[in-house]
Design a protein around this ligand. Structure first.
Ligand code: NOJ
Length: 759
């Protein structure tokens, strides 16, 4: 991070006295402010409020925000936007509080600001780091145009449990891919210099392990070994820290019996001392107060626990504001601890340029120029097409002819309310392109007729729970039978049926866990009846999580997974269904055959009694009586309108020395009838390790474009550093010996070769 406008003289090089590996240069402007601040003013900087008025992102909103800002009792706010409103908020602080310190203006910009692009789980399926970075840059440009300088993203929680609704917000199950994406997003949001007006500070969340709640129920307990944490769940947070993320948000769950928000091992020993993080740590929404319900004491006790653990900013709960002074007086918290936290908040304000110009993000000419531009919408459309995953091909139904007679059916086929997906509070669903409109845009000569065919769900009490932010599930006045009949009549008189089915937006996301992850019955019935017409059927499947589609995979249908694609949904679906873009997405989670297999992921260990390769049942082996071990669809899986063949998978040497590197390569040929793109994946297995190794680990990937008939050789360069893991003593090491490697188009490819890491 470049320091703007400051030339540090040697005399001003003080140190913060961090006990860890890194000592950080102090910022003179910040130190001068701290000198002047009272204890109350320092505590005020640690207070983050939300005045409400926008879409609620938690269960309470703050009161008397204006008065608290004027009194110097607020360090930042979120849920406030537009240059005018942000200017007004800054003026409250700058012109009225004693020291005139400007506010951090936060927001949840999870997948685009007003130009909503696909949900993160969808975007991760593109395996396209440049595109992901570009998306984050676009989001930063739009959000900062609207006054926001601090983003509560990326969410990098590894998730292997599709019951958990927030799986939609992350990048899936794999630590390597998750780390690459975390880095790309931080770089995209923050740019080279956070103090430029079109970049914003990022927040990596939710530290830590939030994606592994017991039973897939949101906010539930997490209990995990250190080995698993370090090797599988912590890497993406660390990658964000290594990429220079400005802030870290704690998670709601406990870790080893202490909630993350009050966990000193996590926030100080690991994050600051081991990883050298020098930004600030914010709690999640009222997560300080929630430690009372976790059973750790009253508000004063849990607030003291949190600040002493290393938490710097308290989101919404006001436990810091109302109890820390008393705790200092009673000796429970040192003033130095509070000064340290206030310093970190002020340093963040310095980094984003606010101390030099409180109105840096209040340029009223920008929204018009920078938000929802045609260019941004084009990027959202491109991102959506790249996020789609072709799950099943049947009888070459796809791509569709542009002059076909198409029956477009399903509750999500002509529906604006469900295109944006979860966590898009800054987007406007009414600006999204429904599938019907998009198909007509892309193929104006096609004859497309539409019928709803079914409700997303017929269950009114379920619909009520899902409809918290608006009519996501609209139960039609017509009977389910009448809806179905209308769709079947259209189907019978068409060349092909496209059924857009799946989950409504709020069927995934925060506090939206499901125990049944199949397509709701109302829609299953529609699908089965459509198949019975004998017409070719394409299922366009929308969801915020991996679904159990065992029954649908067994039907004679084609299936295109489109997640929740964002504001350009319909156009993107048109691009792919009509073959303007050949789908190239690959799953970033293993899709289970049933909830009984959860948690399921490709890195699972072999166990001492590996299940039979054939998948047949064998007594006294690790397997099920009623299901194969393998997932329905493996991590890394995704088809194309064309086909790719792998050959000549090899290593350029038999041995890899300590300081050397080895090249692992494969030739990939496009053997089908369309140009296309393929995500070439490298997996490595450490055959013998001092702690039991995973079955295989993703160690590299490249997305390549191949014209039909074309071949390319893809090479991965692997060094000993790439073979490191955390051993029993949580040291990051590699161990000499044999390594097997696999190169292919999904995680279930077969062994290809081996090499030896020498001492
Ligand atoms: C709670 C969510 O867990 C978190 O992801 C979000 O950033 C905050 N609310 C603020 O909206």
């Amino acid at each position: 991070m470049k320091m703007r406008k400051f030339k540090l003289s040697v005399a001003l090089l003080l140190f913060t006295g961090l006990s860890g590996l890194q000592a950080q240069e102090k910022i003179p402007q910040v130190e001068e402010l701290l000198e002047k601040m009272t204890l109350e003013e320092k505590i005020g900087q640690l207070n983050l409020l939300t005045p409400g008025g926008g879409i609620a992102t938690g269960s309470v909103v703050s009161e008397d925000v204006e008065a608290k800002i004027k009194a110097g009792n607020v360090g930042g706010v979120f849920g406030v936007s537009s240059p005018e409103r942000v200017r007004q908020a800054q003026e409250l602080a700058v012109k009225n509080s004693r020291l005139g310190i400007p506010l951090l203006i936060g927001s949840d910009i999870i997948h685009g600001y007003k130009t909503t692009y696909p949900i993160p789980l969808g975007l991760s399926s593109s395996w396209d780091l440049e595109l992901i970075k570009e998306g984050a840059e676009m989001a930063a440009k739009e959000a900062t145009a609207d006054g926001i300088n601090w983003n509560f993203s990326p969410m990098v929680d590894i998730a292997r449990d599709p019951r958990w609704g927030r799986i939609a917000e992350g990048a899936g199950e794999d630590p390597y891919l998750g780390s690459q994406i975390a880095k790309a997003m931080v770089e995209g949001y923050q740019g080279e210099d956070m103090s430029l007006p079109h970049t914003m500070m990022a927040t990596v969340k939710h530290m830590a392990l939030y994606g592994a709640p017991e039973a897939g129920r949101d906010y539930n307990t997490v209990d995990m070994s250190r080995l698993k944490m370090f090797n599988e769940y912590l890497p993406p947070y660390k990658a964000a820290v290594d990429a220079g993320v400005g802030s870290v948000m704690t998670s709601f769950n406990d870790i080893d019996g202490i909630p993350a928000t009050g966990n000193k091992w996590l926030l100080t020993d690991l994050l600051r001392e081991r990883w050298g993080f020098d930004g600030f740590v914010v709690s999640d929404y009222t997560s300080v107060n929630e430690m009372i319900a976790h059973g750790l004491g009253d508000l004063q006790a849990v607030s003291a626990l949190a600040i002493n653990a290393g938490l710097d900013m308290d989101m919404v709960g006001e436990g810091f504001l109302t109890t820390l002074k008393k705790s200092v007086e009673e000796g429970l918290v040192s003033e130095e601890q509070i000064t340290k936290a206030a310093r970190r908040i002020l340093e963040a304000k310095h980094k984003i340029g606010l101390l030099d110009d409180p109105y840096l993000y209040s340029d009223e000419s920008r929204p018009e120029k920078d938000i929802l531009t045609e260019e941004n919408r084009q990027l959202a459309r491109k991102a959506a097409t790249r996020s789609f995953v072709l799950l099943k091909k049947h009888n070459n139904t796809l791509p569709l002819f542009k002059n076909a007679k198409i029956a477009l059916v399903g509750p999500l086929a002509n529906n604006k309310n469900n295109m944006l997906g979860t966590w898009a509070p800054t987007g406007n669903p009414q600006l999204s392109v429904p599938i019907l409109e998009g198909l007509k845009n892309v193929a104006p000569n096609a004859n497309i007729t539409y019928a709803k065919g079914a409700n997303i769900s017929n269950d009114t009490s379920f619909a009520k729970k899902v409809n918290v932010f608006g009519q996501r599930i609209q139960i039609a006045e017509e009977s389910p039978e009448a809806l179905l009949k209308e769709a079947l009549d259209l189907a019978k008189s068409s060349d092909v049926v496209v059924a857009v089915v799946g989950e409504a937006t709020e069927m995934s996301g925060e506090a939206a866990s499901r125990t049944d992850i199949t397509i709701p019955d109302s829609q299953k019935k529609l699908i089965n009846e459509l198949v019975k017409t004998g017409k070719p059927v394409v299922l366009v499947l929308m969801s915020g999580r991996p679904l159990d589609i065992s029954e649908e995979m067994a039907l004679p249908v084609s299936i295109l997974q489109i997640w929740h694609p964002g504001v350009e949904a319909g156009n993107a679906v048109g691009d792919v269904l009509f073959g303007n873009y050949n789908p190239s997405g690959k799953l970033t989670n293993s899709w289970p055959r049933s909830v009984g297999q959860i948690p399921i992921h490709y890195r699972m260990k072999t166990t001492g009694r590996p299940g039979p390769e054939s998948g047949d049942f064998q007594k006294f082996k690790t397997n099920y009586l009623d299901s194969p071990n393998s997932p329905l669809l493996p991590f890394g899986y995704g088809l194309s309108y064309t086909t790719f063949e792998y050959s000549d998978v090899k290593a350029n040497a038999e041995k890899l020395g300590t300081d050397g590197s080895i090249e692992l390569s494969a030739t990939v040929t496009n053997t089908g009838d369309f140009d296309g793109e393929e995500v070439v994946q490298l997996y490595i297995r450490d055959v013998v390790r001092s702690v039991t190794p995973p079955g295989k680990e993703l160690k590299g990937f490249q997305k390549i474009a191949l014209k039909k008939g074309e071949s390319k050789t893809v090479t991965f360069t692997i060094t000993p550093e790439d073979l490191k893991f955390y051993n029993y003593n949580i040291e990051f090491v590699n161990e000499p010996g044999e390594y097997e490697f696999f190169i292919g188009g999904s995680s279930d490819n077969k062994m290809a070769g081996s090499f030896e890491l020498t001492q």
